[in-house]
Design a binder for this molecule. Structure first.
Ligand code: GUN
Length: 304
């Protein structure tokens, strides 16, 4: 039987550690603060940001939710970022992505003070990660390493295959796995004979954004599967492809009109040695690591 890598339990443990750090900082008169910027009304982004703000309240961080309209210009956003950079009560700045098309996202991410870049998206922090220097690391990749380490999955010497080369997940997680001494292969949409490569993976990270893309024939039996995907299925046909006969999910589908599936076909999990479920896996670590990064930024900025 494969081991289920329980994101909820690991996220809870990390949050508890962060809350303890927040209490220790309070004794020195410091309260870490996050500014979350949510542009417009993308439903998924609203939920993510709400959860981030709620986590701040739970752990004792201060938070400020700033919600410009979806007609906001790049110049207005740059001015907002400059204000947040200058505010001493703001330790972390989070600009929820995606942004509306008229906003130059790259210019904006480049304008965030790297010391407050709790998403780890600034080129300075990306460079530090590449060079193996201390910096702020993107939350989802950092969470993946926490799951593997806290679940005692060996990384050093293992062949880790990352499918997906995004700046947010694929590239940074590949770098973190390399720093843990894995042998790392990054695959993407132009990779030839992908299944031949994924079948070599001791650790397979799927961050593609396509429902059930990794099928059982692409997995080495006993491998550790890390599923970063969050894909919503809304049609009966899609539902049946992955979950036909699954009574629990059938009930969710009837109630909500949709269910979530990752980038790994759930049938592939059965072959694995261990896997992160969707939901309940990697996704839960993203917010925990954002909290950890905000506290870290607060300490680093004050030389603590
Ligand atoms: N949109 C999807 N994932 C993320 C994330 O980790 N950070 C931000 N800021 N936006 C996102």
């Amino acid at each position: 039987m494969p081991k289920i890598l329980d994101g909820a339990a690991i996220a809870a443990a990390i949050k508890q550690e962060v809350a303890e750090e927040v209490r220790a900082l309070a004794a020195c008169g410091v309260r870490p603060g996050l500014a979350a910027v949510l542009v417009g009304s993308v439903a998924a982004s609203e939920i993510y940001v709400r959860n981030k703000v709620q986590a701040c309240a739970e752990l004792g961080l201060s938070s400020d939710l700033i919600a410009p309209p979806d007609t906001v210009t790049t110049a207005e956003m740059l001015s907002l970022v400059a204000q947040l950079n200058a505010r001493d009560d703001v330790d972390g700045i989070l600009i929820q992505l995606p942004l509306p098309a008229q906003v130059d996202s790259k210019a904006l991410l480049d304008a965030v003070d790297p010391a407050k870049d709790v998403d780890g998206f600034h080129p300075v922090n990306a460079g530090r990660l590449l060079a193996g220097r201390p910096g702020l690391v993107p939350c989802t990749p950092a969470g993946i390493i926490e799951i593997l380490k806290r679940s005692h999955i060996p990384i050093a010497g293992q062949h880790a295959v990352v499918v997906g080369r995004s700046d947010i997940v694929g590239k940074p997680v590949a770098m973190l796995l390399l720093h843990q001494n894995a042998t790392v292969t990054i695959c993407h949409s132009k990779t030839r004979d992908l299944p031949a490569i994924t079948r070599q993976a001791d650790i397979l990270v799927a961050a593609i954004g396509r429902p059930g893309f990794i099928t059982p024939d692409m997995v080495k039996p006993g491998a550790t599967l890390v599923d970063v995907g969050i894909n919503r299925l809304t049609t009966r046909e899609e539902f049946d492809r992955f979950f036909k006969g699954d009574a629990k999910r059938e009930a969710t589908f009837a109630k909500r009109g949709s269910v979530i599936v990752g980038d790994i076909d759930p049938k592939a999990f059965e072959l694995s040695g261990a896997y992160t479920p969707v939901p309940g896996g990697v996704g839960l670590l993203t917010i925990a690591m954002l909290m950890a990064n905000t506290v870290r930024a607060a300490k680093l900025r004050r030389g603590l």
